[in-house]
Ligand binder design. Structure first.
Ligand code: AMP
Ligand code: ZN
Ligand code: FE
Ligand code: FE
Length: 273
């Protein structure tokens, strides 16, 4: 029997618009049997996630997504972590360091926007965030100020590389992200590989200890699913997948959950439990 599984989604603790409890309710409504929350640089959604899941009788896990930085493909790498012991020494401290760097970056983006004559303050950006800050919070602030109509418009006009608000990611290197996840007992998986780069550009990740890759991603075409499925088989990587759901008004609001067959589900559960 195929199962509906979600291994990649975001809550208000990073750049999603639903609370962990709202995600649980939506997962149940969408027929999802296993939900993993993967907020950017935060595991603070955990207590609410587990409490809501207990009430609803839903199987849930807590993961992470770390956006990386560096030369070449490195600054397009997003690393997912599953099966982490969030209480392992140093883990929480590294995440809070990454969040502080995100705040510095957001402040610099605000400075760039102010230089364009847009009356945006860092406080406007902070106002929409629970914990982890990112460009989506800048986008939401621009929307509240009436400068843009959507996150998508804000990214396209101001926030992507080459646009006037852009500031480089200040995340860790892919090697650091992989090590952080593995040292906490987790499994490090490359998110949405189609946005990270070509096979040749990603060689370093395999040397640095990457363990899995998103194959069944909501944005993948059938041919991408075949390509990344082949990578998983030939490189011995765990095939994971999810929707990257962010919630209403984010431009990333696919239906929660992906159909997994028994073999794919079994392989994932063996690693993330
Ligand atoms: P940051 O972590 O600050 O670099 O922002 C990257 C995040 O912004 C990604 O994880 C996505 O969730 C979101 N994002 C990127 N591009 C877009 C877009 N065009 N529309 C909406 N959200 C986006
Ligand atoms: Zn995101
Ligand atoms: Fe991502
Ligand atoms: Fe994501």
């Amino acid at each position: 029997m195929p199962k509906r599984v979600e291994l990649h989604c975001h809550s208000v603790f990073s750049d999603g618009t639903l609370t962990p409890a709202e995600l649980v309710a939506r997962a149940v409504k969408n027929g999802v049997e296993l939900l993993t929350l993967t907020d950017h640089d935060s595991v603070s959604g955990g207590p609410e996630l587990f409490a809501a899941a207990r009430e609803a009788g839903l199987d849930v896990r807590l993961g992470i997504e770390i956006n990386c930085a560096g030369e070449g493909a490195a600054d397009r790498v997003h690393m997912l972590g599953y099966g982490i012991d969030t209480a392992s020494p140093g883990f929480a401290d590294r995440l809070s360091e990454f969040r502080e760097r995100r705040a510095v970056r957001s402040q610099r983006i605000v400075d760039n926007l102010r230089a364009l004559g847009i009356a945006i303050d860092f406080a406007d950006v902070r106002a929409g965030a629970h914990e982890t800050l990112g460009r989506p919070h800048v986008a939401d602030a621009l929307r509240r100020l009436g400068v843009v109509k959507s996150r998508k418009e804000a990214f396209e006009r101001f926030l992507i590389k080459g646009k006037p608000g852009y500031v480089e990611s200040m995340g860790p290197s892919p090697a650091e992200a992989i090590a952080l996840i593995r040292d906490a007992g987790g499994t490090a998986c490359l998110a949405h590989p189609q946005t990270a780069g070509k096979e040749g550009e990603l060689d370093a990740l395999f040397r640095d200890g990457l363990q899995g890759i998103e194959v069944l991603y909501s944005g993948h075409t059938p041919s991408q699913i075949r390509t990344y499925g082949d990578w998983a088989r030939t490189k011995g990587l765990l095939a994971v997948g999810g929707s990257d759901f962010h919630g209403p008004n984010t431009g990333r609001e696919e239906r929660l959950g992906i159909e997994y067959d028994d073999a794919a589900y079994g392989a994932v559960m063996e690693r993330i439990d």
